[in-house]
Write a protein that binds this ligand. Structure first.
Ligand code: ATP
Length: 156
C-alpha cells in the first residue's frame, strides 16, 4: 500500500510528497526476496518482481550493501529521479528505507531490457555466421573430395 512521506519520515525528516511502501509490504510482495522473483542484477543491486496489495506489478531495486550510499544521498537521488518522469522512461513509483535497506519501486516492464533484446539479436547473428561458415567449410571439403576423386581417376 502506498503512503506519503510526512515531516517525520525516514527520509531525513524532510517534507516530501513522494510515496513510499513499507518494508513489510515489499517483503510480502517479493515473497521475501525469493530467487524465483529475481529479474536481474544491475549497478544498484538486485532487482525483484513484486506484486503489491492492489495487484500492481512492480520492479523493486534493492540497493546492495556495498554501495556505500547514505540516506541523504539516497534521498537526493530519489528526489532527482522522481523529477525525471517521461513517457519513455520507466516510472519510479515509490521508495522504501528500512534500517540499512534502501529500495526503489519502479513500474514493471514485462518486455525485458534493451540490452537483453540487443544481446538476442547479437546471438542470432553469431549463430547465422557460424552456420554460414560451417556450410562454406562443408562445401569446400566436399568439393575438394570430388577434385581428389577426379584426379585419382585420371591417373589410375
Ligand atoms: N522496471 C523493470 N521491469 C522489469 N525488469 C526490470 C526493471 N528494471 C530492471 N529490470 C531487470 O533487472 C535488470 C537489472 O536492472 P538495472 O536497471 O538495475 O540495471 P541495468 O540497467 O542493467 O544496469 P545499471 O544499473 O548498471 O544501469 C535488468 O536487466 C532487467 O532485466
Amino acid at each position: 500500500m502506498l503512503r506519503y512521506l510526512s515531516a517525520s519520515s525516514e527520509l531525513g525528516g524532510k517534507n516530501s510528497d513522494f510515496p513510499f511502501v513499507s518494508f513489510e509490504d515489499i517483503v510480502a510482495a517479493t515473497d521475501n526476496f525469493s530467487d524465483s522473483n529475481m529479474l536481474g542484477m544491475g549497478g544498484f543491486g538486485k532487482v525483484y518482481k513484486g506484486i503489491l496489495e492492489d495487484d500492481k506489478e512492480v520492479a523493486i531495486k534493492r540497493l546492495g550493501s556495498g554501495s556505500g550510499q547514505g540516506i541523504e544521498e539516497f534521498r537526493n537521488e530519489v528526489t532527482l529521479i522522481a523529477k525525471l518522469q517521461h513517457r519513455n522512461l520507466v516510472r519510479l513509483l515509490s521508495c522504501c528505507i528500512h534500517d540499512d535497506e534502501k529500495l526503489l519501486i519502479y513500474e514493471y516492464m514485462p518486455n525485458k531490457s534493451l540490452d537483453s533484446f540487443l544481446f538476442g539479436i547479437f546471438r542470432l547473428l553469431i549463430s547465422c555466421c557460424t552456420k554460414f561458415s560451417m556450410l562454406t567449410i562443408k562445401f569446400f571439403f566436399s568439393d575438394s573430395e570430388r577434385i581428389c576423386m577426379m584426379t585419382n581417376n585420371l591417373f589410375y
